[in-house]
Structures are given as C-alpha cells and as structure tokens.
Design a protein around this ligand. Structure first.
Ligand code: NAD
Length: 455
C-alpha cells in the first residue's frame, strides 16, 4: 500500500482548501467534468473490477454504478449555478430597511467512507456533492471490494485535482487512523454498528455526519393487486447484486394466507423467468462478497420452508435466489438485515396488523407497498416512518435525483443526491445587511426606559 499518513493527506487538502482552490464555480464544474471522464474512459477497468469483486454483469455495473453516477454528475452540472445562487430571505418590518440572504459556503475537508456493495456509486456519488459544494475530500473505499478500491486509487489522482481529492485505501486500522483527524464533515455509508463508531469519533471534533445505513425494508403485498406483476418487481429489486443492496426488499409482508400462497408461486416463476432454470449459470446473477457473509446467509436457510432456491456452492460463494415461507417473526432471518438473496415471506391478517408489525421494528431505509388502493397508500404514508416510501417499485427512488436519499432512526441520518447533496456538504450561511444610516435601529438602544411604553 502506498498510502501517505492520514495526517499528511488531510494537511495537504486543508492547505488546498485554505488557498481557495475549490471556491470558483469553474473549478467545481471542471472537477465534475473530470469525474465524468474518469467514469467514461475508466469504464472498462471499473467493469472488470466490479466483476472481480462481486461478479457484477456489465449491464448491472452500468445501470447501478457507472451510468447512475454519470446521471448524478449531469444533473448537478445542469443545476449547479442555480443552486449556488444566494437565496433571498424576507426581512421583518421591524428590521427594515435591510436585506437578507442565504449563502452556501463549502464546509472544508470532508471524509467519505464507502461500503463494498456498490463500490463505485457509493464512493463517487457522494463525491459529486462534495465537489459541487466546493469541498476537498478524502475517499475511503471499502477493503472488501479490493479490485474496485484499487481502481479508484489509480483513477482518481489521474483525473481529479490532487490538491483537493485523495483516496486512502485500507480497512479498520486505516479508517480508525483517518477518524483521528479533524474533518469538516464525515459521510459514512455502511452498517449501523460502524456508524456508531464513526459518530463517536466525529463527536470528538464536533464534526457533522451523514450516516447512510441499512435495515430491514419490508415489501407489503395486499390482496387485490396484480400478484404476478408484483412478484416481478420484488424479484428484480431483491436479487439485483445477489440481494446485497441496502434498499432491496428485505422481506415480504403478505396480507392474508391466500396472498402469501399465491406469491410463493409467482415469485418462483419470476425468478425462473429472470435467471433461468439454474441461476448459477446466469451471467446476470452475482456472488456473495466474502466467506463470512456466505456463511451468515446460508445459516439463515433453516429459518423457514424453502419455497425455491436454497442451493449453494461454497467455493464460488454462490447462493441461489431463495424464497422462504412459514417464517417465525422472531427467527434470525427476521431479526437481522439479510443483505443477501434470501427472501422470507411473513403473513399478517390485515393492514392494521401490517402497520403494527412495521412500527414495532426499527424504522427501515425504505418501505415498499404493492396495493390497488389509494387509502392504503395514504395510511402507510401517514402511519409509518421510513427513509423512503415506494409504491409499485422497490429501490428506484434513489434514481430520482430530486428526491433526498437517506434513512431515519436506525436506518441513518442525513440525505444526499442532487440538491440534497449540496445541502449536506454546504453550510447555509445567514447574511443580514442593514445600512448604518438612517439609524432606524436607534429605537432598540438603551436606556430602555425610553421604549418601555411601546412593548
Ligand atoms: P463495509 O464492511 O464495507 O464497511 C463500510 C466502511 O466502513 C468501509 O469503508 C470499512 O472499511 C469501514 N469500516 C468497517 N469497520 C470499521 C471500523 N470498525 N471502524 C471504522 N471503519 C470501519 O460495509 P458494510 O458495513 O458491510 O455495509 C453493509 C451495510 O451498509 C448494510 O447494513 C447496508 O444496508 C448498508 N448500506 C447502506 C447504504 C445506504 O445508502 N443507506 C448503501 C449500501 C450499504
């Protein structure tokens, strides 16, 4: 590893920031265009790395990682000048004459810690916001996607301003050393356990954090909806990247035993349609990231009746798309975030019970619902809390750049994408400008005995 010591990296970037290199709009747009070039020209290398780390197909690498990040860049380039324009604010009559505005200023040097499951997207999409807002950034990719981490460490200094952006590779020791440094913002994506470590480290310097975490996102299915179409949408969202997606439906919450029974057949059929009779042979189906996660996931197979799937191959870390029925709500598969290709179906008698089930657990990163009824949608919107709420399609809300992407409670704090990234990576400074003359403020000066009568 050729990493410089964290302290010297942060000092270098802080010097760049203090010199003001990141402030001009022209610098920000040139960096975003350079990041665009990195993705376009570096695409073959990134695709190879994603395949090596996760056996991602080139199509998935494009739609969920490279193309996704390009969209985020293009959206930002299109709107950045407008987003950076100072925003006028109303001044109350008592303070007139005066002008007020909100001005966005960069925070300084930020740290982006990213996970292994979408190792390009989850490193570079936050970087888009950090650069657009005029910050310097240290990027810490995940050691569990080593090929992608190495590709980013090679490409970033080749394309981006090295006085403002640095990649520090490594695992726990390197991240721990980085967290000793004082940053102006820490943007962390990963598990809640490490999120707590990051937040505690940030507290020492009063550094603000965004924590993009996970959790168990339910897919509620109500009678009356088209179950074949519903199953296709759930299977698409669940088995993408072999289920290793923070916004994947974690489990199905079926209302009524009949819905659950029909779903078993429809989910099985949808899996066959998308991945063929033997998903192991499908070039579109990924592998589990490492042995630890593979062992964790195969241990969950005992927590229900296997409707379809269950086959696994330790050498390849292959686990078939699996549906489990008759699952006990207190079993392991229903207690921890699955983060893999195992889809339990839990049955509840009615919508009230479904809402109570959701509200009885941690607030999820997303709640998905498949329903034919607007009143169900209204009740879910009003009576549950989640990072996002999706009707009819899982995961895709994160591809709408004008929507904030983030969690709530145990699924995280803070949000990003589009203008929301700018909000996260800027300070919104309040500016009040009141002329000294005429001195209309003299009414507020002591002696207060003079103004007593007016209040
Ligand atoms: P991970 O193991 O790759 O860890 C994430 C980052 O934390 C890595 O860069 C890693 O080096 C660092 N890290 C790990 N242990 C650390 C420690 N003790 N101290 C300091 N840094 C440490 O990723 P993960 O945690 O396995 O990611 C999976 C989780 O992330 C799931 O819960 C998933 O839902 C969540 N996730 C959330 C989002 C989102 O956008 N909300 C996206 C992807 C994943």
């Amino acid at each position: 590893m050729t990493n410089d010591a964290p302290h010297s990296v942060v000092s270098r970037l802080r010097a760049g920031h203090s010199a003001g290199i990141t402030r001009p709009l022209s610098w920000r747009t040139s960096q975003l265009k350079a990041l665009r070039a990195l993705l376009v020209e570096g695409r073959p290398g990134l695709e190879r790395a994603l395949h090596e780390d996760l056996r991602k197909s080139p199509t998935e690498a494009w739609t969920t990682e490279i193309g996704f990040t390009l969209n985020e860049i293009d959206h930002t380039l299109k709107h950045l000048e407008g987003w950076l324009r100072p925003q006028k604010a109303r001044v109350p009559a008592t303070l007139q004459p005066a002008r007020a505005r909100i001005v966005r200023e960069p925070l300084g040097v930020v740290l982006i810690i990213s996970p292994w499951n979408y190792p390009v997207n989850l490193a570079l999409a936050p970087l888009v916001g950090a650069l657009a807002a005029g910050n310097c950034a240290v990027l810490k990719p995940s050691e569990l996607a080593p090929a992608t981490s190495a590709a980013l460490a090679r490409l970033v200094p080749k394309y981006l301003d090295t006085a403002a952006v640095a990649v520090v590779e490594g695992g726990v020791p390197e991240t721990t050393a980085l967290l000793e440094e004082r940053f102006d913002h820490i943007f962390y994506t990963g598990s809640g356990g490490v999120g707590r470590v990051v937040m505690a480290a940030a507290a020492r310097h009063l550094t603000p954090v965004a924590l993009e975490l996970g959790g168990k996102s339910p897919a509620l299915v109500e009678p009356g909806v088209d179950l074949a179409a519903t199953a296709r949408r759930i299977v698409w969202g669940k088995f993408l990247n072999a289920g290793q997606t923070c916004v994947a439906p974690d489990y199905v919450l079926a209302i009524g035993a009949t819905t659950a029974r029909h779903l078993e057949a429809e989910l099985t059929e949808a899996i066959g349609d998308m991945y063929g009779p033997d998903p192991k042979e499908s070039s579109d189906y990924g592998r589990i990231v490492n042995d630890r996660h593979f062992e964790r996931l195969t241990a969950l197979l005992k927590d229900g009746r296997i409707v379809t799937g269950g086959e696994h191959d330790t050498a390849e870390r292959y686990l078939a798309p699996t549906v489990l029925a008759e699952v006990d709500p207190d079993s392991s598969v229903m207690s921890e975030e699955i983060f893999g290709p195992v889809l339990p179906i839990v049955t509840v008698p009615d919508l009230d019970a479904a809402i109570a089930f959701i509200n009885g657990r941690d607030k999820p990163l997303a709640l998905y619902a498949f329903t034919a009824y607007d009143h169900t949608k209204a009740r879910l919107a009003a009576e549950t809390s989640s990072g996002a709420l999706g009707f009819g399609l899982p995961a895709a809300h994160l591809a709408v750049p004008s929507l904030p992407f983030g969690g709530v409670g145990e699924s995280g704090t803070g949000a990003y994408h589009g203008v929301h990234s700018l909000d996260t990576f800027s300070h919104r400074k309040a500016v009040l400008d009141k002329p000294l003359s005429p001195d209309t403020w003299s009414v507020a000066y002591p002696p207060f005995s003079r103004i007593k009568k007016t209040i």
